[in-house]
Design a protein around this ligand. Structure first.
Ligand code: C2O
Ligand code: CU
Ligand code: CU
Length: 527
């Protein structure tokens, strides 16, 4: 196994948050018509939504979406777009800012609390915030039809109904989700509850987020949003919590690590370089019933996984979180990009110093997930995803802002089986000397807004099994999920129930370039 070695370790300082303006969206590929379309929804923006608000919120913030700068390199600052929170009401400790990072903020809420946020769009283009994984009303979910123009605001107000877990937020404007997220806008929405507290997991400094992203920087230290809508943007530089060459100093103790793949398109196959197994305690929608062990974890864009790690005998050691080489789905990333899917990387170096200060017990029973029963499913919906040329399709259709097909209407209260089918279609039309001429298979991390689902079955068309195990051995199908990786040739069945909120929600591929390229549709929940 070969890894890109991180030799330098630099802790970088945030120089200032100047109002410098930047122009993102310089897509290099000539093969990305969707990505080059200027953002225009054809729908009049809703400037401010004023729902009936509870008299007070447990946490109320103003979220500025704005241009800024971070010092990622010693010589020059890097222009970014980021979220900056201003607390209006509530406990200041519930809003955590990552020092020297474009990423954030980290919001901490208790299940049942009321949350309010006013998005202030200080960017030069329209935007909207989506709360990924949260069960919120349609108007609060950040559908692109609610995107607000530069200078406008959007008010969010909702009760936190989700169980404890690591949820997150990012922009969702029409065809600009990829570019805006890449520019730096993303943060965590961490929910706590009593069940989690009873599990006695590590807290405080022993409860850490690790948000993994990849980027490309030019010689001027600026972000380059380059790629194509077939592979998505695949960077050559890995960042953790917004830092390059990431290195952290841990105590020899037990930790709860909250991992988010916040990359636009890159899948990671995570492992420790000493080959110690992972103890997985949670996935997208919170704690598992009990911990599961994995030698490697496959984490696709949008997915989260939480680890319980016992480093109490690690004094003086150095441990690396790596992404292992993999090849699944034949032609993944063999064109254009020099850093294709499956490239091995060093992700994070952890050094251990100090004494064991506090001991947390090894978790056994974590939660009662209250799972659905497959036999209660009322119907099965087949959802075929495919790339055709440069565009993404779901059941033969691309995204249309307010379009809902008859087979995309669901009834509130119904439990259904959604069957994601990745035909691996889409012809290799990229040229570029690949000489494959056949099917351009792509992995698709499929995400449904507004719900958490259960993965109940995976089937593989063995004609497309080339390299499959190199990723499937790291799947964590347990627990509640809102994003599931569907590899070429795979059919993945999930149980999903639509509850509480009528209206239009999205489902899409979380490869953000596939999403912006049309691999997204609405579903409508009706009473
Ligand atoms: Cu994180 Cu519509 O997604
Ligand atoms: Cu989402
Ligand atoms: Cu996709």
């Amino acid at each position: 196994m070969k890894h890109k070695t991180l030799t330098r370790r630099d802790f970088l300082k945030l120089a200032g948050l100047g109002a410098g303006s930047i122009a993102f969206g310089g897509i290099i590929s000539a093969c990305a018509p969707y990505l080059q379309t200027p953002a225009s929804t054809g729908v009049a923006p809703v400037s401010t939504f004023a729902p009936t608000l509870p008299a007070s919120a447990d946490l109320e913030i103003v979220m500025h979406a704005a241009a800024g700068q971070v010092n990622l390199f010693p010589d020059k600052p890097t222009n970014v777009w980021h979220y900056q929170a201003e607390i209006k009401q509530g406990d200041p400790a519930s809003v955590q800012t990552l020092p020297n990072s474009y990423l954030g903020p980290l919001l901490h809420l208790q299940r049942g609390q009321n949350f309010r946020a006013r998005l202030v769009n200080e960017l030069t283009e329209e935007t909207i915030i989506h709360w990924h994984g949260l069960h919120v009303p349609a108007e609060m979910d950040g559908h692109p039809r609610y995107a607000v123009a530069s200078g406008a605001t959007y008010d969010y107000s909702f009760r936190v109904l989700n169980r404890a877990g690591t949820y997150w937020f990012h922009p969702h404007p029409h065809q600009r989700t990829g570019a805006q997220a890449y520019a730096g806008m993303a943060g965590l929405f961490i929910v706590h509850d009593d069940e989690e507290a009873a599990a006695q997991l590590p807290t405080g400094e022993f409860d850490l987020p690790l948000v993994i992203q990849d980027r490309i920087f030019d010689a001027n230290r600026q972000l380059v949003y380059a790629g194509d809508s077939m592979n998505g943007v695949l960077g050559d530089t890995i960042l953790v919590n917004g830092q390059r060459n990431a290195s952290l100093t841990f105590k020899p103790a037990q930790y709860r690590l909250r991992l988010l793949n916040g990359s636009n398109a890159r899948i990671y196959k995570l492992a420790w370089n000493d080959n110690a197994p992972f103890t997985v305690i949670a996935t997208d929608g919170g704690l598992l019933e009990k911990p599961v062990e994995r030698n490697a974890i496959t984490l696709a864009p949008g997915e989260r996984v939480e680890l319980w790690a016992d480093f109490s005998n690690h004094t003086g050691r150095e441990l690396h979180l790596v992404s292992q080489q993999f090849s699944a789905g034949g032609g993944m990333g063999m064109m254009g990009s020099g850093y294709p899917q499956g490239t091995p990387f060093n992700i994070l170096a952890i050094r251990f110093e100090g004494d064991v200060t506090r001991l947390f017990p090894h978790p056994s029973l974590l939660s009662n997930p209250n799972f659905y029963l497959p036999e209660d499913s009322l119907r099965t919906r087949r959802i075929e995803v495919a790339m055709q040329g440069m565009a993404g399709f779901i059941n033969g259709r691309t995204f249309v802002m307010e379009e809902v097909a008859p087979d995309e209407r669901v009834r509130l209260g119904d439990l259904e089986t959604w069957e994601f089918v990745n035909l691996g279609g889409g012809m290799g039309m990229m040229g570029g000397g690949m000489g494959m001429g056949g099917m351009m298979s792509q992995p698709h991390p499929m995400h449904i807004h507004g719900v958490q689902f259960q993965v109940i079955e995976r089937n593989l068309d063995t004609r497309q099994s080339n390299g499959y195990e190199s990723l499937s051995d790291g799947f964590v199908n347990d627990g509640w999920k809102d994003t599931v990786l569907v590899l070429p040739g795979e059919t993945v069945r999930v149980l999903v129930k639509f509850e509480d909120f009528a209206g239009m929600f999205l489902y899409h591929c979380h490869n953000l370039e596939h999403e912006d390229g049309g691999m997204m549709r609405n579903y409508e929940a009706q009473a």
